[in-house]
Design a protein around this ligand. Sequence first.
Ligand code: NAG
Ligand code: NAG
Ligand code: ZN
Length: 215
Amino acid sequence: MNSKLLLVMAIFVASAMVIMAESSRSQKTTHHQELTETNLKIIKRSEWNAAKPIDKSPLNSSVPYVIVHHSASPPACYTRLACQNALRSMQRTHQLVNGWDDIGYNFLIGADDDGDGEIYEGRGFGVKGAHAPGYNYRSIGICLIGNWSESVPPQGMLDKMKQLINYGVEKGHIQRNYRLHGHRQVKATECPGKALQAEIEKWEHFRRASRATKR
Ligand SMILES: *[C@@H]1O[C@H](CO)[C@@H](O)[C@H](O)[C@H]1NC(C)=O
Ligand SMILES: *[C@@H]1O[C@H](CO)[C@@H](O)[C@H](O)[C@H]1NC(C)=O
Ligand SMILES: [Zn+2]
């Protein structure tokens, strides 16, 4: 092989590598842009008139589990006002009856507007929840407001949950290879309802087996 041909081949290979690297980088950038905070509307505590937390414990920055819940009661809320009332009522019960620091969940999702789904900030990311003993220090707890025993939540609520989890992964609050569980997998409870449990069992990150360790 003459050296000129060798040189041409080397230049060809090198430019192909540059093009590949560029295209993978631009894909990553696009993916990242889909998940910026401006695209993901989270209704803040102040917007649902949350009471102050009594106390707060920090959560490990990157958790390996996402635990799904339903509220059972209060029932599904289809307007902003009904959802605000449901959130405040849960927070009152959790603080005044259960004696917890705050509403137990990290996030809640309502069926408003008309099933499109809205994400509400509970304790938020970076704060330890009170929703699944043994898992609170290593999970994000998401409650879909309503009783989802017999019926699956509106698609909009499920989409919002997926977006919230992906956002948490992008921001480093949830590990990339996280395990998705329904509450009933880590505690003897009906939660998150038969229908919702069957739904999440079809999701990519759903995992069956789990080891419970108390903390
Ligand atoms: C926090 O998460 C990291 C990464 O998964 C883990 O190695 C560490 O043990 C965790 N720390 C606590 C206190 O759970
Ligand atoms: C949720 O729905 C199921 C099935 O309709 C029912 O048996 C259960 O009592 C309901 N839970 C609450 C807390 O209302
Ligand atoms: Zn639950």
